[in-house]
Design a protein around this ligand. Structure first.
Ligand code: ADP
Length: 512
């Protein structure tokens, strides 16, 4: 599909009007059955309309699933190394278009350019990694317990996979889902977050240009209950992969269970960073600033609790506050900006509400806490980087996911106390410890109850070839990234070939 059929304004040649993006179903760009659209606006400047997208409904989802089901018949038979070649080509094309896609992403999501370049790079990395897996997809061959019998297990695709994605990693997260699913021979319907659909369009456009056949990947844009929920009920969707809040994840998991769909849930976090007395404090400070305020704190792995041993506590808090005050908040398209806006008005309100909650709970507001709306920032959802100190681990600001640039610093007695505080939480995604004591580092690797632990690095920075996911309310045991993704998007089939020419009964025919 040529990219110039993507938008109406491209066709009509009117550059002053925002682009209109249609759904992508069965290789065609089509309008929603609802006839309704919604605007995608730039959170740094809401006068800027990034695009107009379809407000999809069940009929659109049904059409997309139907196309994916038909495409599955052929796609599952394309040899995996051939499927992988298409993904490899997509990696090259994504790398070529990286700057353009990063700029689109900063406009629709707000995070600064160096981070959106990283987001596109994550899709590139995932594509190269998954392309490699296309020549592997190994399964075990193993001796049979019976003579003249051969046994092996092979990976088979699951079928039509439904994907529902959030706005904070607008291209990376769709790539974590689409690329392993495609390499394994599945076909896909994706419903991107309503705040950031353009980055998914950019990714799918590249996949299509690289040669993914029609119907294999379909996009249905819109809002969760109308455009996402129908996938959960659809009998032809065999797997659901969701990344988002724990609240919505619970609904999704419950709905998907009714028809026994595979279901991968990647949910919230409240990630601790422990700083011990013997830490390299400058390094810990750099890590804390990046972990807490990178992506405006809007990462499920964001550093939201900093647990500091009492010997360095006051010094650390003072330095953190001094540095947080110096961060430049503004439009992410400006290369000098350190931190962009909240993604939307609702998220900004949540952040401000939690700041009030922190104050009323008795935490000390050390810096930040206010909306920034002077001058150029007037039309965006900007917030000061905010640090609370003297936070009690039981306070709501230390227990609940905020998803904004608000960090809680919690004093602790010693290493053991720090581990207890770190683990005493509903979530278990990422964790970090700064120490130069190898014994404590290894004990932390063992005892921090989380899917990811960093030693002398902040809680953010996952690489695509390692498992990504967490424990407790962070998910339901699946992992994205690495081989875990291949496990999710394939079914095991055990194959036995009996060449003895007689009936042999496992467990029954045994040597005398
Ligand atoms: P976030 O705070 O990242 O927006 P959400 O969990 O609200 O997290 O949304 C993540 C994704 O889930 C989005 O694509 C959203 O449209 C979708 N979603 C929200 N509610 C539902 C629902 N009831 N059914 C299906 N998808 C939903």
């Amino acid at each position: 599909m040529a990219t110039d059929t993507l938008t109406r304004s491209t066709i009509e040649g009117d550059a002053s009007r925002p682009n209109v993006y249609r759904n992508f179903i069965d290789g065609e760009w089509v309008e929603s059955a609802s006839g309704e659209t919604f605007e995608n606006r730039n959170p740094a400047d809401t006068r800027d309309v990034v695009g107009i997208f379809q407000k999809s409904v069940k009929a659109d989802v049904d059409a997309a699933v139907d196309a994916a089901k038909r495409a599955f018949v052929k796609w599952r038979l394309v040899p995996a190394p051939r499927r992988a070649e298409i993904i490899y080509l997509a990696a090259e094309m994504l790398a070529e278009r990286k700057e353009e896609f990063a700029r689109d992403m900063t406009r629709e999501m707000g995070k600064v350019l160096k981070e959106t370049r990283g987001d596109v790079q994550e899709a590139v990395d995932t594509a190269y990694y998954m392309a490699g897996e296309g020549r592997r997809l190994f399964g075990p061959t193993t001796p049979s317990e019976l003579p003249n019998k051969f046994a092996m297990a092979v990976r088979t695709p699951v079928g039509v996979c439904g994907m529902i994605t959030p706005w904070n990693f607008p291209m990376a997260i769709p790539s974590w889902k689409l690329l392993p699913a495609l390499v394994c021979g599945n076909t896909c319907v994706i419903k991107p977050a309503q705040d950031t659909p353009l980055s998914t369009y950019n990714l799918v456009r590249v996949l299509t240009d690289a040669g993914v056949p029609k119907g294999v990947v379909n996009i249905v844009s819109g809002f969760g209950p109308q455009a996402g929920a129908p996938m959960l009920e659809h009998p032809d969707v065999r797997a659901i992969s969701f990344t988002g809040s724990s609240t919505v994840g619970r609904t999704i998991g419950t709905a998907a269970a009714k028809s026994f769909k595979h279901c991968s849930l990647e949910l919230g976090g409240k990630n601790p960073m422990i700083v011990l007395n013997d830490a390299n404090l400058e390094l810990a400070l750099e890590g804390a600033l990046w972990g807490a305020f990178g992506t405006t704190g809007q990462r499920c792995t964001a550093t939201s609790r900093i647990i500091v041993e009492k010997g360095v506590y006051h010094h650390f808090v003072d330095r953190l506050v001094e540095r947080a005050r110096k961060l430049r908040v503004g439009n992410g398209l400006d290369e000098t900006t350190d931190m962009g806006p909240a993604v939307n008005e609702r998220q900004l309100k949540t952040d401000l509400d939690y700041i009030e909650i922190g104050r009323s709970e008795g935490a000390r507001l050390m810096c930040g806490g206010h909306r920034l709306d002077k001058g150029d920032l007037h039309h965006g959802y900007f917030l000061e980087p905010t640090v609370f100190s003297d936070v009690d681990p039981k306070m709501r600001i230390a227990q609940e996911e905020i998803f904004g640039p608000v960090v809680s610093v919690i004093p602790c007695e010693n290493f053991e106390d720090a581990i207890v505080i770190a683990n005493n939480i509903e979530y278990g995604l990422s964790s970090a410890i700064y120490t130069r004591d190898v014994n404590k580092a290894f004990a932390a690797m063992r005892d921090l109850y989380a899917g990811i632990t960093y030693i002398n690095a902040p809680t953010i920075g996952a690489e695509v070839h390692l498992p990504f996911g967490g424990v407790k309310a962070t998910g339901n045991g699946h992992r994205e990234g690495g081989i875990g993704a291949i496990d999710f998007y394939s079914e095991w089939k055990s194959v036995y070939v009996d060449y003895s020419d007689r009936l042999q009964r496992a467990q029954i025919d045994r040597p005398e």
